[in-house]
Structures are given as structure tokens and as C-alpha cells.
Design a protein around this ligand. Structure first.
Ligand SMILES: C[S@@+](CC[C@H](N)C(=O)[O-])C[C@H]1O[C@@H](n2cnc3c(N)ncnc32)[C@H](O)[C@@H]1O
Length: 413
């Protein structure tokens, strides 16, 4: 593969916006904006920029270590060295990838000494937190909660690129039919085991521009995430509350499982997410969703009203760092501690919206028991007289290839 200068310039700029500017931005937002403002690039060029930027975010610590660079001493021109050295390291780390043949002799790459970088890289590969590129505090926290072995396996798996998984919208099509429709437009997919609506893309490609996406035949949703709505055991005609609905990934799945019958009240504290949810509902042909911005009055109004309640609570996202690798660098221990308080408050306060006999699912996309299992154990210890614990499930990136989700189902007596 040959390296094209405009693509490296765009990658350097994107990385500076993620790591270097005064108000750094999220990697996915930066990449989206970079690609949007350069519509002339073809699909290979776009893939190069997106993949290279994500890879560097993913292996940030390993790359800095290999270059003897320190985050607090970075200067803007070093980002060229970072990109160039990554392309050298990548050849060692992923020899079968479509790698560059040789770094071009550009001035900006003139400080790069490949042999030195690779020696230091080999040293870094012996230290987990450098090899897997995680900050010290996060490595310590995850070892303390999961143990060395489990954490080592999960973080290694989460440094691989995530597959693109679709969920067939059963209000408009099904897994088999969608596979045939996509096949006919040269989008090849695989049917994963045990997921009745999921299809996995064989090759990464843009699917948002297809007519099938525009017509709501599918949504993009990780396989682990597709297990959560069925865990709530909904039936057509029920009254369901999705209390942390966001832009509605799980509300839409619930609506499909309920065959568009009954009522789903999708709540959140962020109005713009609910606006996006309604747009997606329209595309999906869903008309049993109503959105509600949360305030104390809403909680009172819906007290003891729901047959089913989904609490897909805000969390660290440590189970989905494969998709959002920059959260490794943006999360802080204080932020996670605050989230745990919010999660506990949501669990204890919002559960009042469930009817007696109703079922509730508490879900996170975190690997940490302190954001997941421990809340449920504490909840059952404090309120167990009014609740029955029906079961829980955890998905593993290392073992199943799914994102790391946790879900527990409880029934109100
Ligand atoms: C994990 S995300 C939800 C993802 C969504 N269910 C989906 O499937 O696309 C958690 C959501 O909780 C919302 N949130 C944060 N604090 C909240 C609170 N106190 N009450 C309700 N929702 C809250 C966030 O705005 C965010 O949209």
C-alpha cells in the first residue's frame, strides 16, 4: 500500500483534535466530521483515515512508549512521528494487514528511526498496561475487580476491531430475507449463532447509504446489546417503560418484539436524544413509542404503571471500548464513582414505576461488577422482600466476541 500525503495530513489533524487541542473532542465525532468535510475521498481513503485514527487511539500508550514520547510534553509536529511510527509498529503487530511498503521520505518523517522504535516496542509488549494501552489507574481498577487473568483476556480482545452487527427490523423484514436483500447488493453477511435477528457484515462497508437502511429494514446494534430487550420478556400489548432510552437502540428493539402493539414510554434526561429516537422510530415504522423528558413529576406520574421496565443505565462503557477506544483516555476514577451513585439512584427510584408482578431489567455496558452485579446484590439485600431475582447474564468480548454487557432481570412481588 502507498501512503498519500493528504490522508496523513487529515489523520494527523484528527489526532490533534482528539489528544492535543485545549478542548479535545471524541474520536468518533472527529472522524465523522473529517470524512464529512472531505466528500471527494473514495471509500479506501476514508477507511484509511478512520481505521488509522482509531488504531492510534487504541494503541496510544504503546505508540508513545515506542517513541519515548510523554503525553504532557507533546508538540503539534510530533503527531507526524506518531502516525509514521504506528505504520511501522502495525506491520509487526498485524503482519497480514494491508500495510504500507515503506514510509515515504517526507521531511515530517525524518526523525523516525524504525529500528529504535521497534526495539522499544518489543520492551513495551512485555508490560500489559503498555501493550494493551490503558492508563495505570484503569489497569489497577480492572485487575482489582476482575483479576489479572480475566482482565488480561478481555482487554486484549477489546483491542481488536469490532465487527459491524445489524439487527433486522422484524416489523419490516427478518434475518433470512434481509440477508438475501443485502446479498443482492453485494453486502455479504454471516448469521451469528443464537441471535434470531442479527447479521454480521463479512467486510466493513458503508451501509447507511443503502435504501434498506433508509427504509428502516435494519439498525446497527452489537450482538451483546441485542440480548437485552429479549431479556425483558415483553409481549405485544404490554405497557413498557425504557427509562434511560437515549437515542432508542433498545426501545426500537422492544417495539419490534412487541409487534408495534401496546405502549413504550421512552424516557431520558437529554431531549436531543429523544428527538433522534423519534426520527429512528419513524424510519423503523414504529408507532407505539411515546417519549418523555424525565423530571420528578414524570416519575410520580408513572408510579406503579409499567408491566416491564428497562433501566439501561449510564455507565463507564468499559465493555464497549473496542468501539470507543478513546474512553480509555477520557474516563477518570472520579467520573466512574459518580456514575455508580447515579446508577444506584436510578435503580432504587425508578423501580417504583413498575407494577406489582412486573419485570425489570437493569443493564450496563461495563465490565465492572461495581457498576453492575454489586448494585443488584445490594438491591436484593436491601429490598429483597419486595423483589425476586430471576437471573443475570454477562457477555464477554474474549469468549463470545460480543461487546461486554451485563443484564439482570428482577420481578416485583
Ligand atoms: C447506556 S445509555 C442508553 C442507551 C440506550 N438505551 C440505547 O439502547 O441506545 C444511558 C442513557 O441514560 C441517560 N441518563 C443519564 N442519567 C439519567 C437519569 N438520571 N435518568 C434517566 N436517564 C439518564 C443518558 O442520557 C443516556 O442516554
Amino acid at each position: 500500500m502507498r501512503l498519500h500525503r493528504p490522508l496523513v495530513i487529515a489523520t494527523v489533524k484528527a489526532l490533534q483534535e482528539i489528544f492535543f487541542v485545549k478542548n479535545p473532542r471524541q474520536a468518533d465525532k472527529v472522524i465523522e466530521q473529517t470524512l464529512k468535510s472531505n466528500k471527494q475521498w473514495g471509500s479506501r481513503d476514508r477507511a484509511f483515515i478512520a481505521e488509522t485514527t482509531y488504531e492510534i487511539v487504541r494503541y496510544w500508550r504503546l505508540i508513545l512508549f515506542s517513541n519515548n514520547l510523554y503525553e504532557d510534553k507533546l508538540k503539534a509536529p510530533y503527531f507526524w512521528q506518531i502516525v509514521g511510527s504506528w505504520l511501522i509498529i502495525k506491520k509487526r503487530l498485524y503482519p497480514n494487514a494491508d500495510n504500507i511498503d515503506l514510509l515515504p521520505k517526507w521531511d515530517e518523517f525524518s526523525h523516525i528511526q524504525a529500528a529504535k522504535i521497534l526495539d522499544r516496542f518489543e520492551e513495551g509488549m512485555l508490560i500489559r498496561k503498555v501493550r494493551e494501552s490503558v492508563p495505570d489507574w484503569l489497569d489497577q481498577l480492572c485487575v482489582a475487580e476482575l483479576g489479572e487473568e480475566k482482565w488480561g483476556e478481555e482487554i486484549m480482545a477489546m483491542n481488536e476491531q469490532a465487527p459491524v452487527v445489524l439487527r433486522a427490523n422484524t416489523l419490516k423484514t427478518n434475518q433470512d430475507k434481509l440477508q438475501d436483500l443485502l446479498d443482492a447488493i453485494e453486502i455479504e453477511t454471516i448469521v451469528p449463532e443464537g441471535l434470531p435477528d442479527a447479521l454480521v457484515l463479512k467486510q466493513r462497508q458503508s451501509i447507511f447509504r443503502t435504501d434498506y437502511f433508509r427504509q428502516g429494514f435494519f439498525e446497527v446494534q452489537d450482538a451483546g446489546s441485542q440480548l437485552i430487550a429479549p431479556f425483558l420478556d415483553v409481549q405485544p400489548g404490554m405497557r413498557v417503560i425504557d427509562a434511560c432510552a437515549g437515542a432508542g437502540g433498545k426501545s426500537l428493539h422492544l417495539a419490534a418484539l412487541m409487534e408495534n402493539k401496546g405502549k413504550i414510554v421512552s424516557m431520558d434526561i437529554e431531549e436531543y436524544k429523544l428527538v433522534e429516537l423519534m426520527k429512528r422510530a419513524k424510519r423503523n415504522g414504529v408507532d407505539n413509542i411515546e417519549v418523555k423528558l424525565i423530571d420528578p413529576k414524570v416519575l410520580k406520574k408513572y408510579e406503579a404503571s409499567a408491566d416491564r421496565l428497562l433501566l439501561d443505565v449510564p455507565c463507564s462503557g468499559l465493555g464497549v471500548i473496542r468501539r470507543n477506544p478513546d474512553s480509555k483516555w477520557k474516563l477518570t476514577p472520579e467520573f466512574i464513582d459518580n456514575l455508580k451513585v447515579t446508577q444506584w439512584n436510578i435503580l432504587t427510584e425508578y423501580s417504583a414505576m413498575l407494577k406489582s408482578g412486573g419485570k425489570m431489567v437493569f443493564a450496563t455496558c461495563s465490565l465492572l461488577p461495581s457498576e453492575s452485579e454489586n448494585h443488584i446484590k445490594r438491591f436484593m439485600a436491601e429490598f429483597g422482600e419486595q423483589w425476586e431475582f430471576l437471573g443475570e447474564r454477562r457477555t464477554s468480548t474474549a469468549k463470545e466476541g460480543y461487546d461486554g454487557f451485563y443484564m439482570a432481570c428482577l420481578q416485583k412481588k
